[in-house]
Design a protein around this ligand. Structure first.
Ligand SMILES: Nc1ncnc2c1ncn2[C@@H]1O[C@H](COP(=O)(O)OP(=O)(O)OP(=O)(O)O)[C@@H](O)[C@H]1O
Ligand SMILES: Nc1ncnc2c1ncn2[C@@H]1O[C@H](COP(=O)(O)OP(=O)(O)OP(=O)(O)O)[C@@H](O)[C@H]1O
Ligand SMILES: [Mg+2]
Ligand SMILES: [Mg+2]
Lengths: 256, 256
């Protein structure tokens, strides 16, 4: 029975896409069957796993707006056990196309059931806003992972995100859990980063992964090669951090 | 006659808020009368200029959704010539509250005329998405500045942003111009950053400011003190870069 996890944070540029791609690849390296769903019209996760936009594949636009089969949109990556469904720029129109439709935020939930059992993990990369696309992801998910850049604005945004998640749990998806907060782009030399980690660990209402993702140039270079970091530079600090995270998640080790 | 400039990029975390706050403060230091409008429900720009959320002030929610007077929502900062209008978390509801209203993307334009002549520059901080809030900003604006993080995904997003701006110009705001692209968080030690600058300068359809904003810890520490960098640490590399940018914009020097 696959676990559906949304990678979510309305604050922009905190490492949602980087986490979805590299956690997915690392779970696949541990022989878990993984599907990455790109739900952001920016299509960054699609680029980062090497999608060729000239291909005639189905995308999440076809699945959500045209009603095509989600199973037929699945594409292989170079990594065994790792598959994905690309996004499309036109997904930005979902909000308007379905403005009148009360079911607009449940479309993914209705579709995803057909493929849930084919994978151990389904990871959904969300856009940086709390719009219909993110709501579709949160309603279809079992749990969420919150990437948190170790910066002041990102920390402040946590309160807002917590309120939203509670609203979703109350009315739209009562079983939604938060698996954990993941610190990203951590630079141990700065007082700010250490302060954010300390404040969040003390105050956050959720579990905090003991794995911390450091700032590492490989993680921002790999997307230009269309590869996850563990393919682009397996021994890099960034790739190894996501492998540790995958191990922590599979092992279910409780860090703080 | 004031100039209304939107600071816009749908890619998240590229330095929109940091640019709006610090360019605004630097223009004010050059004795220009400046208004900062925070149009992002995350309220980062409001935090960054020291807004106290316990105050009973009017916000952009009251202006856009309740129809209150924009002039009455203006608040002073510690800097002479520098004023702002705070945002509100509930602004995220604009899209739904006005889904039926064909004028929903023109509300700011209708309101802002009343105060345009009181300022030399009105800078609007936009959220990381192309929703009704950003459309309100683009339709009300004379021009835009595009902060561009020197990273691969941010560079890729430029194509998308260009398409959107052309659509807006064609149908909603024919006089909208792009004042320039501003490179942010530049780390000269990385090949990636140098590659992005080179590729964008060669290919971009817009003017590129000769001022480049380097990655500088002061720019991420200042928000936790509710101050622009030129108040928090005037001689820092980050503060001085935004002062250079303000000088370049006022002087109208054409860099490349
Ligand atoms: N640990 C890291 N070290 C260095 N660079 C990183 C790291 N994580 C992410 N990056 C880079 O930082 C930028 C922002 O990361 P990313 O795009 O994954 O964030 P996001 O939250 O998905 O952004 P958006 O809100 O636009 O969807 C990207 O250019 C990415 O390559
Ligand atoms: N030149 C810089 N050097 C170091 N840190 C920076 C710089 N510019 C911005 N930052 C930090 O990087 C993070 C992202 O910047 P900022 O919030 O301004 O981007 P944004 O585009 O407004 O994000 P969003 O898409 O969420 O609105 C912030 O924590 C900010 O403090
Ligand atoms: Mg992303
Ligand atoms: Mg911002």
């Amino acid at each position: 029975m696959g676990k559906i996890i949304s990678i979510v944070n309305q604050k922009g540029g905190v490492g949602k896409t980087t986490t979805t791609i590299n956690l997915g690849a690392s779970l696949a390296a541990y022989k878990k069957k993984v599907l990455l769903i790109d739900l952001d019209p920016q299509c960054n996760a699609s680029t980062g796993v090497g999608y060729d936009f000239n291909d005639e594949n189905l995308t999440m636009y076809d699945v959500l707006i045209e009603g095509d089969s989600i199973a037929e949109a699945i594409i292989d990556t170079k990594l065994e056990n790792y598959h994905y469904i690309p996004s499309d720029r036109d997904l930005v129109g979902l909000e308007l196309e379905f403005a009148e439709n009360p079911r607009r935020n449940f479309i993914l939930k209705e579709q995803i059931g057909a493929i849930k059992d084919k994978f151990d993990y389904i990871l959904i990369d969300c856009p940086p806003s709390l719009n219909s696309l993110t709501l579709n992801a949160l309603i279809a998910s079992d749990s969420v992972i919150i990437p948190l850049q170790t910066e002041y604005y990102a920390m402040e945004g946590l309160v807002n995100l917590n309120n939203t998640l509670n609203l979703i749990k109350k009315s739209l998806n009562p079983t939604l859990k938060v698996d954990g907060i993941l610190f990203t782009m951590y630079d141990k030399r700065t007082t700010l980063a250490r302060m954010v980690v300390k404040d969040v660990v003390e105050a956050a209402p959720y579990h905090v992964y003991s794995t911390i993702i450091p700032r590492n140039i490989v993680l921002s270079e790999a997307p230009s090669h269309g590869e996850p970091a563990i393919l682009y530079s397996k021994s890099s600090v960034g790739a190894r951090a996501y492998i540790r995270l995958a191990n922590e998640i599979i092992g279910g080790k409780r860090g703080k």
